[in-house]
Design a binder for this molecule. Structure first.
Ligand code: NAD
Length: 482
């Protein structure tokens, strides 16, 4: 265990606006010391085998499940919402069981095989990176940290996680639980810190898993490239939804609203722009605005309503600026539309916007708020062109008759397309996908490659035939016959 750093950073409470918590980022020497200790423990962790690692992780999950309140309560203060905080924690068991289930087969030693070159045997082994660095964002502070940490641990790596400085309260109780499983405490550390701490972490590890904005992802990718270490980058999105005339407009509207507004729109895979085929545009908009008006803020009671506060103070200003630009250019805000300040926090009711155009920021830049801008379209080619006209390519959704929707999905430049739903990647962790364009780089974080990206292949090549000797290099032997 490392002692806290001497630097102090205040942390804002999203429901009160008050700085009511302090974090103590490690200094560079402390971080190096921690990395050294984890590196020392890693070989035994890797040698213990998958079944043992799964058992240690299950023991930890059991401890957390028996007493979730300290972590869930801290996470709910971090994010200003309760139900999602509890579900972030509950997802840990599924992650551990999912990777435990696939790891024994994926990591089983492969039998030696004969090379296509006669006489040579090939024995391929898997070697985990010794120390993995995970840098995570503030929108799902626990879940996104664990999405990378659990498969890395299961692969046999040691892991340092550096969550966002915006939402760090869950770290102390989480590490309290880790310390109750000493073997795990030897190979897993979750540390407090800011961007400088993230940058310092890159200097200590063998591979980085980063989730966050494109701007920071670019810096992280560059720093990793300088150090010759791989970076797995999961970045922003501007996910489109295409609603075909063959969809049920009322049902599609309800699902689109949920997938846009879930977590107050502070989710990378939020539906942030909606294209609706003209024959059902009017009923879709009627159902969407009615459903949006029916939602409530989770204020003053955190355990009521569906819409939590905006977690990050600066995000409110970004959303306001995008809405102002859209309004100035003729967009009509049909519901919500004003940031509301209650008790020191900032909330935004689901904001449905009509009469938008593709060049508005609201339709092109990540909003990260509960805003649903909607545009009608006439033919499918136009919808596909509008959806693909983006620097992002994280995910998308298509609503309609399944065969037609699947045909449209196959034309979209995005790594995951939900059919008749939105954001299914957050439910199906076993669907492999890549992030297209500026939405990311590196292997799939989901499915078996989510585990395999932490392992390098090491080939042992055995010569069973005749090994070449110096005479084989003699130029006279290479003279063409004439
Ligand atoms: P951010 O980029 O501001 O910060 C992310 C993390 O990077 C934080 O822990 C921060 O401390 C750290 N950091 C900052 N500067 C750094 C540096 N120079 N070197 C190393 N680390 C540094 O992102 P955010 O505002 O916390 O998160 C919101 C963004 O995350 C949105 O763009 C969202 O779309 C994206 N996101 C993507 C996914 C995905 O899976 N693709 C999931 C969730 C969020």
């Amino acid at each position: 265990m490392s002692t806290p750093g001497t630097r102090e950073m205040p942390v804002r409470n999203p429901r009160t606006g008050q700085d009511d918590y302090l974090i103590h980022p490690l200094d560079a020497a402390q971080l190096a010391g921690l990395a050294g200790r984890l590196r020392q423990a890693q070989p035994a962790w890797a040698a213990a085998g998958v079944a043992h690692r799964a058992q240690v992780l299950r023991q930890w999950v059991g401890l957390l499940a028996a007493d979730p309140a300290p972590v869930v309560d801290a996470l709910s203060i971090d994010t200003g919402r309760y139900r999602l905080a509890a579900s972030e924690m509950q997802s840990l068991r599924g992650l551990v069981e999912g990777y435990a289930g696939m790891a024994s087969a994926l990591l089983a030693p492969a039998a030696e095989r004969a090379s296509v070159v006669p006489g040579i045997g090939i024995d391929t082994g898997l070697v985990p990176y010794q120390l993995v660095g995970v840098i995570s964002p503030w929108n799902f502070p626990f879940l996104i940290s664990m999405l990378d940490a659990i498969p890395a641990l299961m692969a046999g790596c040691a892991v340092i996680v550096k969550p966002s400085e915006v939402t760090p309260r869950f770290i102390a109780p989480l590490m309290e639980s880790v310390r109750r499983v000493p073997e795990l405490a030897g190979v897993l550390a979750v540390i407090e810190g800011d961007g400088a701490s993230g940058a310092a972490l890159i200097e200590q590890v063998d591979i980085i898993c980063f989730t966050g904005s494109v701007a920071t992802g670019r810096k992280v990718g560059e720093a990793c490239a300088k150090n010759f270490i791989p970076s797995c980058l999961e970045l922003g999105g501007k996910d489109p939804a295409i609603v075909l005339a063959s969809a049920d407009p009322a049902q599609a509207a309800r699902v689109v609203l949920r997938a846009s507004v879930q977590a107050t729109g502070q989710a990378c895979q939020s539906l942030e722009r909606v294209y609706v085929q003209r024959p059902i545009y009017e009923p879709f908009m009627a159902a969407l605005t009615a459903a949006a008006r029916g939602t409530e803020l989770n204020y003053p009671d955190m355990h009521a309503g569906q819409v939590g506060p905006l977690i990050f103070a600066r995000q409110a200003a970004i959303i306001e600026a995008q809405l102002a630009e859209a309004r100035a250019r003729g967009a009509r805000v049909l519901t919500g539309g004003e940031i509301e300040h209650h008790g020191g926090g900032s909330w935004l009711r689901p904001t449905v916007v009509a009469d938008v155009s593709p060049d508005m920021q609201l339709m092109s830049e990540e909003t990260f708020g509960p805003v649903v801008p909607v545009m009608p379209f006439d033919d499918i080619d136009e919808a596909v062109r509008l959806a693909n006209d983006s620097r992002y390519g994280l995910s998308a959704a298509v609503f309609g008759a399944e065969a037609e929707a699947r045909a449209v999905a196959a034309r979209l430049d995005a790594g995951a397309i939900s059919i008749n739903d939105g954001g299914l990647t957050t439910e199906a962790f076993d669907a492999e996908k890549n992030s297209f364009k500026l939405s990311g780089m590196g292997p799939s974080r989901m499915g078996s490659s989510g585990l395999m990206r932490f392992l390098r292949k090491r080939a042992i090549l055995i010569q069973r035939g005749r090994a070449k000797v110096m005479e084989d290099l003699d130029e006279r032997g290479g003279r063409p016959a004439n």
